[in-house]
Design a protein. Structure first.
Length: 129
């Protein structure tokens, strides 16, 4: 049975990560394609990363840009951080669930179509502590 629920919850709250972050789940792009885009901005200043994403001609750049802006808003509004000091500390794209569909083929057969999804996460940090 659950014991010390209140104490455990308080411990989780006080040890929660203090860095601003954002997560996008079930994005309908393969994580392999997203990783190409997120490698471009890892470790960059948030303004520079935003400019890179705005002019990257990849389908994955749109949800990653939206996620970056969400993390920036979290930093500014929830934690009161200055946007000029922030950089992309961590960014990752994990594989989400795969939607399986079928396509008809010759001679009455069917082929499986895999529509892959991904979970993208970003963590920002301040250069000056």
């Amino acid at each position: 049975m659950a014991t010390r629920i209140r104490e455990k919850a308080a411990n989780r709250r006080e040890n929660a990560e203090k860095r601003p972050h954002a997560t996008a789940r079930y994005i309908r792009i393969s994580s392999r394609k997203v990783k190409i885009v997120i490698d471009l901005i890892r470790g960059k200043n948030v303004k520079e990363a935003e400019a890179i994403l705005m002019y990257t001609n990849k389908a994955a750049s749109e949800p990653v840009l939206k996620l970056l802006r969400s993390a920036m808003a979290n930093a500014e509004n929830n934690l009161g951080m200055d946007l000029n000091d922030l950089f992309v500390a961590e960014i990752y794209a994990n594989q989400g669930p795969t939607l399986r569909r079928f396509r008809p083929r010759a001679r009455g057969r069917a082929t499986r179509i895999r529509k892959r999804t991904s979970h993208i996460g970003i963590v920002l940090d301040s250069r000056t502590k």
